[in-house]
Ligand binder design. Structure first.
Ligand code: ARG
Ligand code: ZN
Length: 413
């Protein structure tokens, strides 16, 4: 009797992380609107977790969709897809198994650029690197999260006045773990290339890079402690027991008009108002305060292997569409040159889907012309469960694209 009570109370205080035994990730290929309707009814009945696109509402005929399904419903889904003659593949047969292979088994806790680091490790790393390279790196606090965690920002560049700046953020969506890994990699490459590599040295002499390793700190911690598949922030929603807002639907850019949900339980919930989240508010405030220097805004997500630029809240072409398209092409060519990783690029609305409230569109309309969203590796083989062995090649190739954009900004902004 007492043991049961004690066990229950322990479970309530520190729940074990969610497990994903037998869960599958499907890729379906809806051919027409009828197929899309079948998938929508499936999503309603089986509480599917959409990986790509981010919500069932964004599924379109002629484009594939990836979703995670719990083991109990996986066989029924398979039967229904077969019966409806909707082509499909199973990308991941047992998500728990894939997740266990995602991280290697050797000792964690210490920071590594080729491993996924938890928030404490990332915060200790950022403090260290700023202390180690005081003339090149400084750390400040951008703001505080809903749960009260500091959100740190690194400024990377040689000292100088009136420098143009490139802003790079990572970790908007909690489960996209390769994103924070890239921000760490970028800073490492910057400090180790300064005075060694001519191109990077000149970039660091002429530009400041603001690097935000993890924006959605609460969500990121939650993916480590409780649910690896969490996407949103962790704020409470009034009138609902569901938690969190999609930070990339929470900006004031066609806010909540399209490709976003007004239901608090959905993964693409736009929030109660634009910038309702402390995290997005802090980011927007910083960019507003530094609009005169910030010439480029790069936001790093995964997965899909895409380089996107405005607009995503409308099909209308951005004023700078042609130039942004040329820069995207140059960046993608640079990226692909290393390992032949294929990327698509273009305006967000046509290249993936219409989705309003994104930080890229907001930054662009606020006056940051070179505004891009990266969707890093892969294209779905592992999705969010990208193995640690892919961190290095992913970051190396992405760095080439980021340097291409920075170089363009240095010469043209
Ligand atoms: N997968 C990203 C998201 O849905 C893509 C963002 C593209 N930009 C946008 N403003 N929707 O958040
Ligand atoms: Zn994302």
């Amino acid at each position: 009797m007492w043991t049961i009570l004690i066990l229950v109370s322990i479970a309530a205080v520190s729940a074990e992380p969610k497990v994903f035994y037998g869960e599958k990730v499907f890729r379906v290929f809806p051919q027409d609107n009828k197929d899309v309707e079948v998938i929508k009814s499936l999503a309603d009945n089986a509480k599917l977790d959409f990986w790509s696109p981010d919500s069932v509402d964004l599924v379109q005929p002629g484009k594939f969709a990836d979703f995670r399904a719990e083991s109990q419903v996986a066989y029924d889904i398979q039967a229904l897809l077969e019966q409806s003659e909707i082509p499909f593949e199973i990308l991941i047969n047992d998500l728990q198994d894939t997740l266990e292979k995602q991280r290697d088994s050797t000792t964690r806790a210490v920071h590594s650029y080729e491993k996924y680091n938890n928030l404490d490790t990332i915060n200790a790393w950022s403090a260290n690197i700023a202390a180690q390279y005081p003339s090149l790196v400084s750390r400040s606090q951008l703001g505080t999260s809903y749960e009260g965690r500091p959100i740190y920002l690194l400024k990377v560049g040689s000292s100088g006045t009136n420098k143009k700046a490139v802003f790079i953020d990572c970790g908007f969506h909690a489960r996209e773990w390769v994103s924070p890994a890239f921000c760490q990699w970028f800073v490492k490459e910057a400090v180790s290339s300064y005075g060694v590599d001519g191109q990077f040295t000149s970039l660091l002499n002429n530009l400041d890079f603001y690097v935000l390793p993890v924006l959605n700190v609460d969500g990121y911690v939650y993916t480590w402690t409780s649910n690896r598949m969490w996407r949103k922030t962790r704020s409470a929603n009034s009138g609902s027991t569901c938690i969190g807002t999609d930070p990339n639907r929470n900006f004031n850019a066609g806010w909540c008009t399209v490709g976003a949900s007004s239901r608090a339980c959905d993964d693409t919930y736009c929030g109660s108002t634009p910038e309702s989240e402390r995290e997005t508010k802090a980011l927007a405030n910083f960019i507003r305060a530094n609009l005169s220097s910030i010439k480029a805004y790069l936001t790093i997500h995964s997965y899909s292997q895409m380089l996107l630029f405005p607009y995503s809240y409308t099909y209308s072409l951005a004023k700078d569409h042609t130039e942004l398209n040329n820069v995207a092409k140059g960046a993608v060519d640079a990226l692909t040159s290393l390992y032949r990783t294929r990327y698509t690029y273009g305006a967000g609305g046509t290249t993936i889907y219409l989705a309003a409230g994104g930080s890229d569109d907001w930054a662009y309309d606020a006056g940051v012309k070179f505004s891009f969203t990266f969707e890093l590796r892969d294209t779905g083989r592992y999705g969010f469960a990208l193995p640690e062995t892919q961190i290095k090649p992913t970051c190396e190739e992405t760095l080439l694209a980021v340097k291409y954009i920075a170089n363009y900004v240095q010469n043209n902004a």
